[in-house]
Design a protein around this ligand. Structure first.
Ligand SMILES: [Ca+2]
Length: 265
C-alpha cells in the first residue's frame, strides 16, 4: 500500500508543478511589458509604530502624515530625524482617516467611508471646512492645481480643491489590464506614484494618460521592518521632497521610515 500510494501521488505532484510553471511563465510574460525598477534604502529614520499611515507628504521641510483606524485617526506633523510628533489633531471616534495632501496653505485629508474630506490650516492644523465626494476615500495627492483621489478601484479622480467638483477621471491600466486597489499617492513631475494595496509594488502612472509607465518593486523594505500584523501593515506612505529631490516611504505601523532611491528603469 505505501508503494502504491507513492505512485498515486506522482501524477498529482507533476500536475501541480505544471500549473505552477505555467502560472510563472504567464506572469513573467505579462510583467515584461512594463519595466520594473528596484529600490535601495539610503537612510533609515524612526517612525511611530502605532501610526496606521494613510498619507505622507513633505512640503517646505515639514513631514505631514495622516493616520487611520477608528479612534486612532489623526493628522500630524512629524520631525523626520527623531520621528517625534510635533503637532497633531485627532478625528472623532466615528471617522477613519485616509490620504492627505498639502496644497497652497491648506491640508486636505479624506476619510474612508464618510464621503467627507477635511481642510485644515497648514500651519496650525486648525479646522477650516469640509468637502464631500462620492464613494470611498483612500489616497490623496495633488498636481499643484487639482486634488487627485484614489478610492480602492483602478480609477483616479481629479477634484477642484475649491468645491471638490470632479474635473477628470483617469482609469489606470498596465497594458490592457486595469490596476485595482490603488492606495497612497504621490505626484512627482507628471507621474503619479501609487502603491497597490496588499502588494509590494508601486505603480508609476502617467497623470496624462493613466498608463503605468513603470513599476517599483518595494519588497526590499520588508527586510528592515518587523511587523506585528504583516498582512494589514502594508506599505502606505510615499512622500517626495521637491526641494531636496529625496523620496521617502513608510507603512502602516512600520517602526521605520526610509529615504529610498529608485534603481533602474
Ligand atoms: Ca503621499
Amino acid at each position: 500500500m505505501p508503494a502504491q500510494s507513492s505512485r498515486m501521488m506522482l501524477p498529482v505532484v507533476g500536475f501541480a508543478m505544471l500549473i505552477a510553471a505555467t502560472a510563472a511563465v504567464w506572469a513573467f510574460a505579462r510583467d515584461t511589458e512594463t519595466p520594473v525598477a528596484a529600490l535601495r534604502v539610503v537612510q533609515t529614520y524612526p517612525h511611530d509604530p502605532v501610526a496606521f499611515t494613510q498619507g505622507l507628504v513633505i512640503r517646505d521641510g515639514i513631514l505631514n502624515e495622516s493616520t487611520g483606524l477608528l479612534g486612532r485617526s489623526t493628522v500630524r506633523q512629524v520631525d523626520l530625524k527623531t520621528g517625534n510628533v510635533v503637532k497633531s489633531v485627532a478625528f472623532d471616534n466615528q471617522t477613519f482617516g485616509e490620504g492627505m495632501t498639502v496644497l497652497g496653505d491648506e491640508i486636505f485629508v479624506v476619510t474612508w467611508q464618510s464621503k467627507t474630506g477635511y481642510v485644515l490650516d497648514r500651519k496650525t492644523l486648525g479646522y477650516k471646512r469640509t468637502f464631500r465626494y462620492s464613494g470611498e476615500g483612500w489616497g490623496l495627492t495633488d498636481d499643484g492645481k487639482h486634488l487627485i483621489l484614489s478610492d480602492g478601484t483602478a480609477m483616479l479622480r481629479f477634484l477642484d480643491p475649491k468645491d471638490a467638483r470632479v474635473v477628470k477621471k483617469l482609469p489606470v491600466r498596465d497594458g490592457d489590464r486595469l490596476v485595482e486597489h490603488l492606495n497612497e499617492l504621490e505626484y512627482i513631475d507628471g507621474v503619479i506614484y501609487a502603491n497597490v494595496w496588499y502588494s509590494k509594488r508601486i505603480a508609476r502612472v502617467s497623470a496624462q494618460t493613466g498608463k503605468v509607465v513603470g513599476w517599483i518593486d518595494a519588497s526590499p523594505l520588508w527586510q528592515h521592518v518587523d511587523l506585528a500584523d504583516p498582512r494589514e501593515d502594508v506599505l502606505n506612505g510615499i512622500a517626495y521632497d521637491r526641494d531636496t529631490k529625496k523620496l521617502y516611504m513608510t507603512g502602516k505601523r512600520w517602526p521605520k521610515l526610509f529615504e529610498v532611491e529608485i534603481v533602474g528603469p
